[in-house]
Design a protein around this ligand. Sequence first.
Ligand code: HEC
Length: 105
Amino acid sequence: MMNKKSLFGAVVAVGMVFGAGSAMADGAQLYQSKTCMSCHGANGDAPITPMYPKIGGQNAAYLIQQMKDIKSGARNNGQTAAMKGIMAAVSDEEIEAIANWLATL
Ligand code: HEC
């Protein structure tokens, strides 16, 4: 007989087996810890101003390229500066993990 507590434990254990090191779990966590949601919304679909892009559900390869271009300065328009500072603290591996997660939304 499983009580609520052991069920929770089982769910966490399964989550760790399937989630640990997976790009999807890491991407979701990174999106939070790097404060991406503060501008793009919790699931990348509710930007704080209409001028900021919706990124949830976008193609991963496209997202990776845009983030790398913003980080490197190759993409630079009137809005880019708002995000560029954040990207200095996001590695290429982290960019890929976040993009792979966003593409699943
Ligand atoms: C301070 C606000 C802000 C934060 C924080 C921020 N962004 Fe952005 N982001 C923007 C703005 C503004 C743009 C549009 C830049 C431009 O027009 O070049 C953008 C563009 C993007 C794009 C390109 C979208 C497209 O359609 O081309 C992606 C992908 C993206 N952000 C992901 C992220 C991720 C991932 C994080 C967290 C690591 C993040 N952003 C943090 C404001 C922000």
